[in-house]
Design a protein around this ligand. Structure first.
Ligand code: SF4
Ligand code: SF4
Length: 358
């Protein structure tokens, strides 16, 4: 009964907070979206080496492939020509170090006019050579290592994988710590731990994973801890997360008003070359904007694309499609809590500026 009450309390608190911020800003005519050329997602690969229970990867909703090299280079070239500042290489479902050309591809971005790039990784597919190579790069600005579980048992339970993958994770974190002094100054590294809600640092038994995390913390790495997961637009349910002690955010209980911010700052070129309006929670590709195999990025990624403006217009009038209506990752552009470390503008300014840039 008590856990249920806690969930209800958290959900209600979140709903009230969203209601307040969204309506206040909507009344004041304020919305929060970044510059239209702030960032673009490119998915170099859509294979993963884990099968996390809270993720849609094991459900095979998103086509699995490695992006063709010509397509990758053309995507970077087109993004550079359009003036994108940052490339995010985090797949919607997948792991960047499963790509044997990962470092070569990063070097290709290094040699372009793109200013920075970043990605999330589970780090298991990396190795000594790759980590050393990463630290020799200049434009990488953010690396987030996602760690699932806090010990061997929880790692296996959450990820569906075993000792080989766990040992590689610990080994790669150990290498990261040993090379940390060689980290490029512009690179921020974060370890994001997702594990059981009962876990607390410095309580319970220690293990090799927690020890290396602590060493990295002492070296200056930021550590995040969460036991919250979301329902991936309705594709993840309570039964999927029943035995991993995590709290599921069900998008049906969120207060939704106004366009979601992701079509403004998280458009993704998938490994297949499709362009999707959401890089984070639409593995089925229902927010498809176009196909880079058929036409240019500039003709797809524009407010004049009827599909893009249609999504924004529909969200504005509360007409959310199935995936967005169920989505637990929704972020209203009227919610000022979206403003983090970058400059934001209004929706209308975004559209005007995007048109001016064409
Ligand atoms: S959460 Fe990430 S690491 Fe886990 S299965 Fe999904 S894509 Fe792979
Ligand atoms: S509501 Fe969810 S699926 Fe829709 S654009 Fe936002 S994050 Fe993506």
């Amino acid at each position: 009964m008590i856990p249920r009450l806690k969930i209800w309390f958290k959900r209600t608190k979140r709903f009230i907070g969203s209601f307040y911020f969204i309506n206040k800003n909507k009344l004041l005519g304020r919305s929060f979206v970044p510059h239209p050329r702030k960032r673009l997602f490119i998915e170099p690969i859509s294979y993963c080496n884990l099968a996390c229970k809270f993720c849609t990867y094991p459900k095979n909703l998103h086509p699995k492939t490695v992006m063709d090299e010509d397509l990758f280079r053309s995507s970077i070239d087109q993004a550079a020509a359009m003036g994108f500042e940052c490339i995010v290489l985090t797949p919607i479902n997948g792991e960047i170090f499963m790509d044997k050309n990962a470092i070569e591809r990063l070097r290709y971005i290094e040699n372009s006019v793109i200013k920075t790039y970043q990605f999330y990784t589970n780090f298991i597919g990396a190795n000594n050579v790759a980590i050393k190579s990463l630290f020799a790069l200049k434009k990488i600005s953010y690396l987030e290592v996602s760690i699932y579980g806090h010990d061997f048992e929880s790692f296996c339970n959450i990820t569906g994988r075993g000792k080989e993958q766990y040992d590689r994770l610990v080994e790669n974190l150990t290498t990261l710590e040993s090379l940390f002094s060689q980290k490029p100054p512009g690179l921020n590294i974060c370890l994001s731990i997702r594990t059981y809600r009962s876990f607390q640092f410095n309580k319970g038994s220690q293990n090799e994973l927690l020890e290396i995390i602590e060493k990295l913390r002492q070296a200056g790495v930021q550590i995040g801890l969460s036991s919250q997961v979301d329902n991936w637009g309705g594709d993840i349910g309570e039964s999927d997360v029943a035995d991993i002690e995590m709290d599921l955010i069900d998008g049906k209980h969120l207060y939704k008003k106004g366009p979601c911010g992701l079509p403004f700052d998280s458009v993704q070129i998938t490994a297949e070359g499709k362009v999707n309006a959401c890089a984070c929670r639409d593995p089925r590709g229902s927010l498809l904007l176009g196909d880079l195999n058929l036409t240019s990025l500039s003709s797809i990624h524009t407010p004049d694309n009827e599909k893009w403006i249609g999504i924004v217009r529909d969200h504005e009038i509360g007409n959310f499609n199935d995936v967005c209506a169920s989505c637990g990752f929704y972020q209203s552009i009227y919610d000022e809590r979206r403003v983090v470390d970058t400059e934001f503008m209004t929706k209308n300014d975004y559209i005007d500026q995007a048109r001016d840039l064409e």
